[in-house]
Design a protein around this ligand. Structure first.
Ligand code: HMG
Length: 402
C-alpha cells in the first residue's frame, strides 16, 4: 500500500488596510474604560479601509507576494472566501484574477458561510488537489467587519485578507484528513441583503460559538481524530482575541485538561502552553477579519514560534449562522522564516491612524451603485478600488514606479 501524498498549505500571506483605529481613542470617545477593550475583549486596534480599498484590493495585495514567490504554474482554481461580498452575482475573485494577471484557464468562484468560508475553501482545494496533484489552488479569504456605530460590536470591527496556496507536498502545513463538523441553524449573527452592517445577538453568538466548539470537537473524536494531548498547538477563530481564550478555557474544561489561557498583558494562568498568546498577536491589531481571522492567527503562530517542526496544530473554524469545523495539521520541516513577522509588523505599523471623527465619517459613507463615482487616491497599495461607473465597480493596478 502506498502512503497518500500529503496535501496542505504551501504558502500563506496577509494584507490589511491603509488606516487603523486605536481602541483607546474609541474608548475615550464613547466614555468606556480602555481596559474593557484591551483586556475585556483582548483588542488594541482595528484596521479600517480607505475609500479606495475593499475586500478585492486587500485580497490581491495578499496574493501578489505569494504568486511572486511561487509563480502561477499549475494554478487552475481561485476560491475567494468572503462574507462582505461587493456583488450579488460576480465573484470578487474574478476582479482579483485580473489584478493579479492570472491566465484565463483558471476557474474562479466565491464561497460564503460567515467566517467559516475560508475553511470550506481549504477543504474544497484539498479535494481538487487530491484528484489532480499537479494542480495548485489559490485561496483568498478577505473581509471588512462592520457593525453599527455606537453598538457593542463596534470595537470588534476590523479588516484584512489572507492568501493561501494549497498544493501536494506543501512547505508549511499538511492538513490531516480527519475533520470534526458541526452545523446548527441559529440566528446569532447575519447581514441582510439591504444592510452594510451585521446584525448580531452578542451573548447568543458567544454561546453558539462555544457550543459549536464542543460539537465539532465531539465529531472530531467520533471520526477517530487525535486526543487533546496529541495536539501541540491550538488556534481558534478570533472575532476578538478574548474569544480564543474563552474557547480554550471551554474546551479544556470539557475535556478535563489543564491548558494555559493567558493572553498578552495577563497574569500567567498555568497549564499546558498551546501557543494561545502567540496566535493572537496579529489579530489584536487587525480586529475581526472574518474569513481571514483563523488564518491570520495561524500566520501569527507560524511566524513567531520556531519550534513547530513536526508538531500538530488544531484549528477551530466558526462561522455564525452556524457552521464550524475542527481540523488538524502537521507543521513541515523548514517552515520557519524569521523575516516574516518583522515584515508584517512593519505593515501593521505603517497604517495611518484615523481620528474618531474621520473614522465615523468614513463609516457612515455608503456608495450607491446608481451613482458614478471616482474614489480619491488614498491607499498606497498597488491595487485600488477606483470607483463606480455604469453601476460596475472599477479596479486598477497602480504602477508604483509612476
Ligand atoms: P459587550 O456588551 O461589550 O460585553 O459585548 P460585556 O459588557 O460583557 O464586556 C465584554 C467583556 O469585557 C466582559 O468580559 C467584561 O467583564 C469585560 P467576559 O465576561 O466576556 O470575560 N469588561 C472589562 N474588562 C476589563 N476592564 C473593564 C471591563 N469592563 C468590561 N473595565 C460582545 C461584547 C463580544 C458581545 C460584542 O462586542 C459583540 O456583539 N461583538 C460582535 C459579535 C461577536 O464578535 N461575537 C463573537 C462570537 S460569534 C463569531 O465569532 C462569529 C463572527 O466572527 C461572525 C462570523 O462568523 O461571520 C462574529
Amino acid at each position: 500500500m502506498t502512503t497518500p501524498t500529503p496535501i496542505g498549505i504551501h504558502d500563506l500571506e496577509l494584507a490589511t488596510t491603509h488606516y487603523v483605529v486605536t481602541l483607546d481613542d474609541l474608548a475615550s470617545h464613547n466614555g468606556t474604560d480602555p481596559a474593557k477593550y484591551r483586556l475585556g475583549l483582548g483588542q488594541d486596534q482595528m484596521s479600517f479601509p480607505a475609500p479606495d480599498e475593499d475586500i478585492i484590493t486587500m485580497g490581491a495585495a495578499a496574493a501578489a507576494p505569494l504568486l511572486e514567490r511561487n509563480g502561477t504554474e499549475g494554478i487552475r482554481t481561485l476560491i475567494f472566501a468572503t462574507e462582505s461580498g461587493v456583488d450579488q452575482s460576480k465573484a470578487a475573485g474574478v476582479s482579483a484574477h485580473r489584478l493579479l494577471g492570472l491566465p484565463s484557464d483558471v476557474r474562479v468562484v466565491e464561497f460564503k458561510q460567515a467566517c467559516y468560508g475560508g475553511t470550506a475553501a481549504l477543504q474544497a482545494a484539498i479535494g481538487m488537489v487530491s484528484r489532480t496533484p499537479n494542480e495548485r489552488v489559490l485561496i483568498i479569504s478577505s473581509d471588512v467587519a462592520r457593525y453599527e456605530l455606537d453598538s457593542p460590536g463596534e470595537p470588534t470591527q476590523g479588516a484584512g485578507a489572507v492568501a493561501m496556496l494549497v498544493s501536494a507536498s506543501p512547505a508549511l502545513l499538511e492538513i490531516e484528513p480527519i475533520a470534526g463538523l458541526f452545523t446548527d441553524d441559529v440566528d446569532d449573527f447575519w447581514r441582510p441583503n439591504d444592510s452594510s452592517t451585521a446584525v448580531v445577538d452578542g451573548a447568543l453568538s458567544v454561546s453558539a460559538y462555544l457550543d459549536a466548539l464542543t460539537g465539532a470537537w465531539d465529531n472530531l473524536q467520533a471520526q477517530g481524530g487525535p486526543a487533546l494531548d496529541e495536539i501541540d498547538r491550538l488556534l481558534y477563530h478570533q472575532p476578538f482575541t478574548k474569544m480564543a481564550k474563552k474557547g480554550q478555557a471551554h474546551l479544556a474544561a470539557y475535556v478535563g485538561s489543564e491548558l494555559d489561557v493567558t493572553l498578552p498583558g495577563e497574569a500567567a494562568s498555568g497549564g499546558r502552553d498551546t501557543g494561545l498568546a502567540l496566535g493572537t498577536l496579529y489579530n489584536r491589531r487587525l480586529g475581526n477579519t472574518y474569513t481571514a481571522s483563523l488564518f491570520a492567527g495561524l500566520a501569527s503562530l507560524l511566524h513567531q514560534d520556531d519550534s513547530l517542526e513536526g508538531k500538530r496544530i488544531g484549528l477551530f473554524s466558526y462561522g455564525s449562522g452556524s457552521v464550524s469545523e475542527f481540523i488538524t495539521a502537521t507543521v513541515q520541516p523548514g517552515y520557519f522564516d524569521s523575516s516574516r513577522a518583522a515584515r508584517f509588523y512593519a505593515e501593521l505599523d505603517a497604517r495611518v491612524p484615523l481620528d474618531i471623527d474621520h473614522y465615523r465619517e468614513l463609516h457612515a459613507t455608503e456608495l450607491s451603485s446608481a451613482t458614478d463615482v471616482v474614489t480619491p487616491r488614498v491607499s498606497t497599495s498597488q491595487y485600488r478600488f477606483a470607483g463606480i461607473s455604469g453601476q460596475a465597480r472599477q479596479y486598477e493596478r497602480v504602477d508604483q514606479a509612476a
